[in-house]
Design a binder for this molecule. Structure first.
Ligand SMILES: CCCCCCCCCCCC(=O)SCCNC(=O)CCNC(=O)[C@H](O)C(C)(C)COP(=O)(O)OP(=O)(O)OC[C@H]1O[C@@H](n2cnc3c(N)ncnc32)[C@H](O)[C@@H]1OP(=O)(O)O
Length: 193
């Protein structure tokens, strides 16, 4: 162990999250932040998650569990469900115009999710403490008020855009930066426009 705290409870002197004035309006679809993203991109094996801005610093998202998402026969793989939660939580950063990556993701698997089910996700930022963004998410089966299947609490850590440029593979970084659609470039790295 590194000795760092693994607590997901925001410190007492945390601040409330701030929605960026230019954040998409509630109900607006966020679209894919990066076409090659496993969560929200347009890849045959991906989740194809569709995310919409909610009120405050919150989002909703849906994805349909397909045959390629199975763990046990006929049931979604837990890692796929965790990825859906991670992606939904990650999209909260666009509403704050902050660049952040998942530091910790804790997931409760409450009930199995069958193939063919539509998972309805809801995520919000609960508090911010310096670079640390505390957030939580819930996934329900087949309807926004359906039975809870998964819950997550997460800690995202704010980073500089250099995090991706220094750590990502040059091929994909260069291609993303060369995109003439500057909003898409900004979103690929969740950069302040
Ligand atoms: C690819 C995306 C594309 C584009 C962006 C959008 C993509 C959305 C996709 C979904 C999101 C993802 O999957 S993102 C991909 C998955 N995640 C990653 O690849 C991140 C890999 N990890 C790292 O790069 C690093 O560990 C960081 C950046 C998270 C932290 O490193 P650092 O910048 O050096 O900061 P460090 O000093 O260690 O930590 C800062 C503070 O946070 C705390 N802290 C750090 N990690 C933890 C932790 N696990 N649990 C508790 N606390 C922690 C420290 O104690 C410290 O608290 P204190 O001392 O200040 O109190």
């Amino acid at each position: 162990m590194s000795g760092r705290t693994t607590g997901l409870t925001p410190p007492e002197d945390s601040k409330a999250p701030v929605r960026h004035p230019d954040a998409p309006a509630p109900g607006e679809t966020l679209g894919a932040h990066y076409d090659q993203c496993f969560g929200c991109g347009h890849q045959p094996g991906g989740l194809g998650l569709t995310t919409r801005a909610g009120e405050g610093v919150s989002v909703t998202a849906e994805f349909t569990v397909r045959t390629g998402h199975q763990g046990a026969p006929g049931l979604a793989h837990g890692g796929v469900l965790a990825a859906a939660l991670d992606e939904t939580l990650g999209s909260l950063n666009w509403l704050q115009r902050v660049i952040a990556v998942t530091g910790r993701l804790e997931t409760d698997f409450v009930r199995p999710v069958p193939v063919g089910a539509e998972l309805h996700l809801e995520a919000r930022v609960d508090a911010v403490h310096g670079r640390k963004i505390y957030c939580s998410a819930t996934g329900r089966i087949d309807a926004p008020d359906g039975p809870v299947a998964v819950r997550a609490q997460a800690l995202f850590i704010e980073v500089r855009v250099d995090h991706f440029i220094e750590n990502g593979r040059t091929e994909e970084i260069d291609a993303a930066l060369a995109d003439p659609d500057q909003v898409r470039v900004a979103r690929a790295f969740e950069v302040n426009p």
